[in-house]
Design a binder for this molecule. Structure first.
Ligand code: C2E
Ligand code: CA
Ligand code: CA
Length: 401
């Protein structure tokens, strides 16, 4: 397998098409492999491990729908674009089928392919070299270039969804690269041990901000993400408590979101730290539930008081009966364990309405608001909550990062 993190696999029996798509991919930094048949394609899926697949629906030995089924069986995580020269409705249906099976479908291309469409699809999911390294990260933390953006969190009350909290999501205001997203620096921060300093900066900024909003009459909770590697420091609960006291905030205003507790090296220490955080009444949320990183055992062994259902499940709620059943069952299970349930990835009105019907407690998602800078939060919250009071809920029109 190639070292390139962008690997494109094209399957089509028209040599002109595979050559063209492959060439465009290479120009955009992909390593490209091509196949004229379904059988060869599946061999390449296993050996080449593509990150992007562009697939014709019509192949000599099989068809695209059958290949999608095979990709599900293989647990394929690649982004997938379907192409076809026939009816666009068939393309759209095949795409939906892929979505409902949990594949990362990234749209369709009608033949003859418009080069600009192909380029934008390939560019959108390409992983770009973040060009950041450990010294730069250390410098950025010291220079206070990391700021939280805040994504509003809505809670279901009697007559609708009301914003009563935010999740702080790290953004790096890089002097040369502009706004850098967490996927580009969190793994590096974890590898280099700088995640502790970064998290302290987020906690500090988040709690100061909650205090400042409260002084303006806006009462919100703040959720902060905690890397599992940080739940090993026995002095952490006291440090967090001191930060809360410094800002004159009740501990229940802070929620710590944690993933992957199953892989934690020392479960006894983890349990000690999490229990002390809960004894202090700091909220504990099990993040990304339903992704395989989180397990049912943790739900009842560890003292969480909230479960966040991952967006990969929630996004499918409006159009997949299976996803709907899964989310409803998780809500019931969580409630039976005494947990509040938050659904992430609410991207449209239909999802929001269905979550209310199936008894979800709170939710977040682009339909409500994207993560926004602190300065945008008060006007958004008052706008949204007033709309609720008027019993007509519309999404906030602004869309920032
Ligand atoms: P997360 O904790 O699961 O945060 C939610 C991510 O989903 C955010 O991405 C958010 O922008 C995105 N999101 C929210 N609503 C929607 C939606 O409706 N649709 C879609 N497609 N996406 C939605 P973001 O900000 O890029 O953060 C990515 C991840 O980086 C976070 O996932 C979290 O795991 C990590 N992260 C961010 N800040 C920190 C931090 O301060 N510390 C640590 N340890 N991890 C952080
Ligand atoms: Ca989170
Ligand atoms: Ca999450």
């Amino acid at each position: 397998m190639t070292d390139n993190v962008n690997r494109l696999l094209v399957v089509d029996d028209e040599p002109g098409v595979v050559d063209f798509v492959g060439a465009v991919g290479r120009k955009l930094g992909y390593t490209a492999a091509t196949s004229p048949t379904g059988a060869e394609f599946l061999r390449l899926v296993d050996s080449f491990r593509p990150t992007m697949i562009i697939m014709d629906l019509h192949l000599p030995d099989t068809d695209g729908v059958e290949l999608l089924r095979q990709l599900v069986t293989r647990g394929c995580k690649a982004n997938i674009v379907l192409m076809s020269g026939s009816d666009e409705r068939v393309l759209a249906t095949a795409h939906e089928l892929g979505v409902s099976r949990g594949l990362a479908m990234c749209g369709t291309l009608s033949k003859p392919i418009v080069p600009a469409d192909l380029q934008s699809k390939l560019a959108a999911v390409r992983h770009q070299d973040p060009e950041v390294d450990a010294p730069d990260l250390r410098r950025g933390i010291a220079a206070k270039e990391f700021v939280p953006y805040y994504q509003p969190k809505a809670t279901l009350v009697q007559n609708g969804w009301v914003i009563d909290g935010v999740e702080a999501l790290a953004r790096w205001q890089h002097p040369r690269l502009g706004l850098v997203m967490p996927d580009e620096f969190i793994p590096l921060a974890e590898r280099t041990g700088l995640i502790g300093d970064l998290t302290n900066a987020m906690l500090d900024a988040g709690l100061k901000q909650v205090r400042a909003w409260q002084d303006q009459g806006l009462r919100l909770t703040c959720s902060v993400n905690l890397a599992p590697s940080l739940v090993t420091d026995l002095s952490f609960p006291d440090r967090v408590a001191a930060l809360l006291a410094e800002n004159h905030l009740d501990a229940s205003r802070l929620i710590l979101e944690i993933t992957e507790t199953a892989t934690m090296q020392n479960p006894t220490i983890t349990m000690d730290i999490l229990t002390r955080l809960r004894v202090k009444r700091i909220g504990l949320s099990l993040d990304d539930f339903g992704t395989g990183y989180s397990s049912l055992t943790q739900l009842y062994q560890m003292p969480f008081n909230e479960m966040k259902i991952d967006k990969s499940l929630v996004m499918n709620v409006p159009h997949s009966r299976e996803a709907n059943t899964m989310v409803s069952s998780l809500i019931e299970l969580g409630h039976n364990l005494g947990l509040k349930i938050c659904a992430e990835g609410v991207e449209n009105r239909a999802a929001l309405d269905m979550l209310a019907i199936i008894g979800c407690d709170s939710c977040q998602g682009f339909f409500i608001s994207r993560p926004v800078p602190a300065a945008d939060v008060p006007s958004f919250v008052s706008h949204w909550n007033q709309e609720r009071a008027a019993a007509s809920f519309t999404a906030f029109p602004r869309a920032v990062v």
